[in-house]
Design a protein around this ligand. Structure first.
Ligand SMILES: [Cu+2]
Length: 622
């Protein structure tokens, strides 16, 4: 079928009564066919993908996951960053600007601005940080000791001893480019949910389009998405690690050694699979990890003598925590319905892959990086003691962006899928042996969105406070000012073109401006270096959509509920890349489009909505 490019949202403004119905009821048939090939004939319900017409009233109710005994397993006290690997010993596979299709690389576009970063076609030794990940089927993952060991799909790196390091944490630095080489080693004849073609998205680095993990860029050894030119074993992603605004604030060895606008820095990022139509299935099958990015200000060293450094709590007291909602069958095996457009809501919350784990913490300050890694559930986390009394903490960053100033004495954080909150908890306030709990008080019963807040909530993580190791002192701090912010000026806001995007249900699935995803055509063409105002509108009464815009951070200008302007919460007054739309809510944002032309997407980050097919391609053009 034809899905033309006449869905430009600005045309909707100009010709609001022109309703174009030339659209498909079936999203992305191309990849649906890939799905049939991948799963074979065993999935008898497969045709339902293309013809699903569930009514609003029908919600599949599954039996609850089997009960688990809490607090049996401990998370590691220290999460080491992944060591780098050697990509120069194999002369045929040294990273290079063009795709190395002669030696196992899939058909990607040329890395943009490669020559600006490296004068050679091939990567010179020592001028980049190098990481190699292999997507593999792991057969013995244990979510909980009460459940059997089972298959997950992880990004597997190597630890310092050469052993496997699943979903490794990567520490990167502004000014140091990264090459991330991704091998796809998933079995083509797998069983269970997920698609063995992959596209790795690093959320929300200022990443050139060809390395963004565009949903149509999925690959395996034998299959390639419609936006690649060929399949193969691996794909190199190039992360320049420059600040956004590279063209406006050029690199200068003395005054701007990184290049770009340092007010645009991100710190807490994460990578996950973004394969078209299978993001929820693949990410919940285990393809997600952290990428932490540091710079001179947020330097990752609480003892940094540089007076510019913030000296926030640093490794190993800078600790990432990813939360995923998962559902298990009566045998304790994870299940997920990738056909039903309402997917599967998880009733067990994993923390870094474990159900109800314990984290032993030292009596000192910690920076906890909380990530809602989806696929569907919203959280409102509270820190409580054994008597369910709320404890306070400091909120320092939202969506990976340090706030201009910390928010003190907070009692909770709310996270839509893909939102991040960095908080600083001072465990020195508690005697050794104190037990604290992170609880989720947000009630959610289906994948449509959250409901009310209810105490005491579900305990998802237990902290046990221990003595600070002998000889250690806590020199970390939370300064009263964090990262400066460049707010749009009144003149910029007044002159910005306005684009309207409507997130609404259609034919029992989800659409943006009444269209399902089409990775082959952009709904908007935006001039590089320009800025716009986008209205993100959720007119439905019963659905919530955490909307994610790739590549650029934006500023929330206004929020509306039922047509009335409501205050923007304090934690949303920094820069953001996920904009939570509750029922009948509209968010007005200001966003710039800079430095790297190409194809990007906006989508609902409720990954189930995203896969069924609430996503739109937009392009930056020169
Ligand atoms: Cu949604």
């Amino acid at each position: 079928m034809r899905n033309t490019d006449d869905s430009d949202p600005m045309r909707h403004i100009e010709h609001s009564n022109t309703q174009d119905n030339n659209t498909s009821d079936s999203p992305s048939d191309e990849s649906r066919r890939a799905f049939f090939k991948a799963t074979g004939a065993t999935l008898v319900a497969a045709p339902a993908i293309l013809t699903s017409r569930k009514s609003e009233a029908q919600v599949v109710s599954l039996p609850p996951s089997p009960p688990t005994t809490p607090w049996l397993e401990e998370l590691p006290k220290v999460i080491e960053p992944m060591p780098q690997c050697d990509m120069h010993s194999d002369p045929y596979r040294i990273p290079q600007g063009p795709a190395n299709t002669a030696y196992d690389e899939c058909g990607r576009n040329q890395h943009q601005r490669w020559d600006e970063f490296f004068t050679n076609t091939q990567l010179p030794v020592g001028e980049s940080d190098l990481y190699e990940l292999r997507v593999q089927e792991i057969k013995d993952h244990e979510f909980h000791p009460d459940y059997p060991k089972q298959i997950v799909w992880n990004y597997v790196g190597e630890d310092a001893d050469g052993g496997p390091y699943p979903n490794p944490v990567i520490h990167a630095r502004y000014g140091r480019p990264v090459i991330l080489r991704l091998y796809n080693e998933l079995p083509e004849d797998h069983s269970g949910f997920g698609s063995p073609e992959v596209s790795l998205h690093l959320h929300n680095l200022h990443t050139p389009s060809e390395s963004d993990g565009f949903p149509g860029d999925y690959f395996s050894e034998t299959k390639a998405g419609p936006n690649l030119t060929g399949p193969r074993k691996y794909k190199d992603q190039f992360y320049p690690n420059v600040y956004a605004g590279y063209d406006e604030f050029p690199k200068d060895p003395v005054t701007n050694p990184v290049g770009g606008d340092k007010r645009e820095a991100l710190g807490t990022l994460w990578y996950h699979d973004h394969c078209l139509d299978f993001t929820a299935a693949n990410a919940t099958r285990g393809m997600a990890g952290f990428y932490l990015l540091y710079d001179e200000l947020d330097s990752g060293d609480e003892n940094d003598p540089n007076p510019a450094a913030l000296r926030l709590p640093s490794h190993p007291y800078d600790y990432p925590l990813a939360f995923q909602d998962k559902r298990f069958d009566a045998d304790g095996i994870q299940i997920f319905d990738q056909i039903d457009p309402e997917g599967t809501l998880g009733d067990k919350i994993t923390v870094n892959g474990k159900i109800e784990p314990v984290l032993r913490v030292a009596r000192r300050k910690y920076r906890l990086r909380l990530l809602n890694a989806g696929p569907s559930r919203y959280y409102q986390f509270h820190l409580v003691n054994g008597a369910n009394t709320q404890q306070t903490f400091t909120y320092i960053a939202n969506d990976g962006n340090l706030l201009p100033a910390p928010l003190l004495n907070r009692t909770n954080v709310r996270l839509g899928v893909a939102e991040r909150a960095d908080i600083v908890v001072d465990f020195s306030r508690y005697p050794v042996g104190t037990q604290l709990f992170l609880v989720n008080r947000l009630v959610q019963t289906d994948t449509r969105g959250p409901k009310n807040v209810q105490a005491p909530g579900t305990r998802v993580l237990k902290f046990i406070v221990e003595a600070l190791p002998a000889g250690e002192v806590d020199n970390s701090r939370v300064p009263s000012k964090l990262r400066p912010i460049r707010r749009p000026t009144a003149a910029e806001i007044a002159s910005a073109p306005v684009r309207n995007w409507k997130f609404a249900r259609k034919n029992s699935m989800w659409a943006i401006n009444d269209r399902f995803v089409n990775v082959n055509a952009a709904a908007a063409h935006i001039a590089a270096g320009s800025y716009e105002i986008w209205n993100l509108d959720n007119p439905s009464g019963g659905w919530s959509h955490p909307v994610h815009i790739h590549f650029e951070e934006g500023h929330i200008l206004k929020r509306f509920r039922n047509g009335t302007e409501v205050p923007v919460p304090a934690h949303e007054k920094g820069r953001k890349d996920v904009y939570s739309l509750g029922p009948n809510e509209r968010v007005q944002i200001f966003i710039r489009f800079r430095d790297f032309p190409g194809k990007y997407v906006m989508h609902c980050h409720n990954m189930i909505h995203e896969d069924h097919a609430m996503m739109v391609r937009w392009d930056i053009v020169e």
